[in-house]
Write a new protein. Structure first.
Length: 300
């Protein structure tokens, strides 16, 4: 199933590359939270890949990771990938599509991806490739936009388009649900999958400032079924008024919600903890809880 126009996604990232560092505050904040999760792990990772690296926004947060000897960076946008060299002129960078990962099996100890995989059409397939690229007991860490991201913008545009055009078209991308993300990790063959969500609320002067930030990071609309004709000239002005009316705070600034889904999972290894088979417990639950066990009558 194809939801996104991958060529358009690349074009948006190409155009955003030059000025990305002026709009990447959210990417930087999420990169910090992602590396915090990495730092909770005491295991060493000699060889790592920053998948969908943008401009290397994660690099400043990895300065304390002395164990990463080789760190590779990849992005489907060549101009975006080249910007990593502004942070580290010796960075090892290559251009690749996340849906066709050109990495040998069992070759990496860590794959980390920051706010990138939400643009992938075949996410299950991409996760399988990522798992295969990891060595046994290798770690996969990722962040991506989740379900309620930009819910206010989505509703304002829907209401405005319905009023003006009598219908609506998709103008904000669909985002993954945290429960679906966990299921996908399991289906891809990962061990010990964990998913969690952070909600970040950002305020703006108006809807147009928000949309400028979205374009500045190359995250503007790339849905295949998007409206491709000229937009009615009053649509965005009406949407901005609806947004201001429905979602302003006490300072007359509009609110924008971002759900950040974090994925943590491991390539399987014999040393990892495993669930015990049913019926193998050696201690009764009642004993563990310090309570009494009451047997039910057979006819109840």
């Amino acid at each position: 199933m194809s939801i996104f126009d991958r060529r358009l996604v690349r074009d948006h990232k190409d155009r955003a590359a030059t000025y990305f560092d002026q709009y990447n505050f959210l990417y930087d904040e999420v990169a910090m939270r992602l590396v915090d999760r990495l730092n909770d792990t005491k295991k060493t990772f000699n060889t790592a890949l920053d998948l969908g690296c943008c401009n290397g926004v994660i690099l400043p947060h990895l300065t304390e990771r002395r164990d990463i000897i080789e760190l590779f960076h990849s992005n489907m946008s060549e101009p975006m990938a080249r910007t990593v060299r502004k942070i580290d002129n010796e960075a090892i960078v290559f251009v690749s599509d996340e849906e066709f990962l050109p990495v040998s099996e069992n070759s990496l100890d860590l794959i980390i991806s920051n706010l990138n995989l939400h643009w992938v059409n075949d996410l299950p397939g991409a996760l399988i490739q990522i798992r295969k690229a990891l060595r046994p007991d290798g770690l996969f860490l990722a962040s991506l936009f989740g379900g309620r991201t930009l819910k206010e913008l989505r509703l304002a545009l829907q209401l405005a388009e319905t009023e003006i055009c009598g219908g609506m078209s998709p103008r904000v991308s669909p985002f993954i649900d945290v429960r679906d993300a966990g299921n996908l990790l399991t289906r891809a063959g990962f061990a010990l999958p964990v998913t969690d969500v952070d909600t970040i609320e950002v305020t703006y002067d108006d809807m147009f400032k928000l949309m400028a930030d979205i374009r500045g990071t190359g995250d503007n609309n790339s849905i295949l079924q998007r409206h491709k004709k000229n937009t009615h000239r009053n649509l965005f002005s009406l949407a901005a008024k609806i947004y201001e009316t429905e979602f302003s705070n006490n300072d007359s600034r509009i609110k924008a919600t971002f759900d950040i889904v974090f994925l943590t999972a491991w390539a399987p290894h014999l040393s990892q903890q495993k669930s015990l088979r049913p019926g193998s417990a050696s201690v009764r639950l009642a004993d563990a809880l310090g309570s009494y066990e009451v047997k039910l009558k057979d006819n109840i």
